[in-house]
Design a protein around this ligand. Sequence first.
Ligand SMILES: [Zn+2]
Length: 370
Amino acid sequence: MPSIPTDSLPPLAQPMPRAMDPMDFEATNPLPPVDERDRMRYERPSSIEPIELPPAPSRPPATLPAIGAVSTEAAPPAVDVPPELLRKRRILLTVFTAVYGFAAIGAFVWGVSWPALLGCALLAYGGMLAHEVVLHRLLAHRAFRTGRATRFLMTAFAMAWPARSPIWWAATHRHHHKHADDPQDVHSPRHGALRALIGWPFEPRALAFPYREVGDLTRLPEMRLLDRMVMLPFALSLALATLAGWAFGQMFPASGMTAMQGLVWWGLWRALYPIVAMGLVNVVAHRPGFGERRYPTDDDTRNVRWLSWLTAGAGWHNNHHHYGHAARAGFRPGEFDPSWWLIGQLEKMGLVWDVRDVPPDVVEATDARA
Ligand SMILES: [Zn+2]
């Protein structure tokens, strides 16, 4: 570890008792000052944020909209949306539709081969691991520590599977833990399953999401750089995928692999997987009828075994909402959590340290089945 630049973050807060909100980042990590040049960008008041939302409803399971519903009366109230946000949303939706329209047409035009499909599956799951380890457990939850250079490289790598900016992702995610399944939660399936699956990032409230709770990230110039160059790692990964497809086809002509198959399958389709899988966590792991609710958390979260396989461990969602400090989501033996395994490997290599585990009493104490 000595050769790795030391992280300058303040010391990790001690795990707090359950009576306090474990995700209260403003209490555990007071916001550091942001330099004046970035203040407007990162701390500007949003014209959407101050809107008074109604108190959380009693939330009986029966009020959940059917899967497939776009929105219901449970949706947050309409807000006055500034024109620049509507423009931003139009641009985002147009680009997203155009890129994946191209990927759909490209799958027919340039076809598919076994290496294209196998590579797509491996890269998709690799991206899932990157999102879960880097965006979720490192940036959003600070469940382990690493050097600044390592964090920069890990974050840039995870951005090859884009989910908007990593700072934005962490901001919306910390808010999700504070407001899980209440009317302010932009991720909750209580506001419509399709919205929870894929629609929420395009909502005006999500587009204008303030960076208030991520001062630990916005004060780092290298993280602000990544925030501004949000699509650069993805663009580079597309170029690399195309080149790799071409090189593979040259080496193994009988495989049928081509440069354009590389772009479509190794570049575009694999990149969609972590976004959709994380969306599935929103839909399935917050929905009565799926999985098991081991801990009586103040939300709808559940542990869904099959989902943990698809999401590199994120399916142990009730565990995670019970104790979000930890770098693990599978709390018990047999609870498949490859992200926890990967973090352990990175720790053995000396790339990460101060990995936070779940105290045994936290695992056992509030077991609703006991
Ligand atoms: Zn989380």
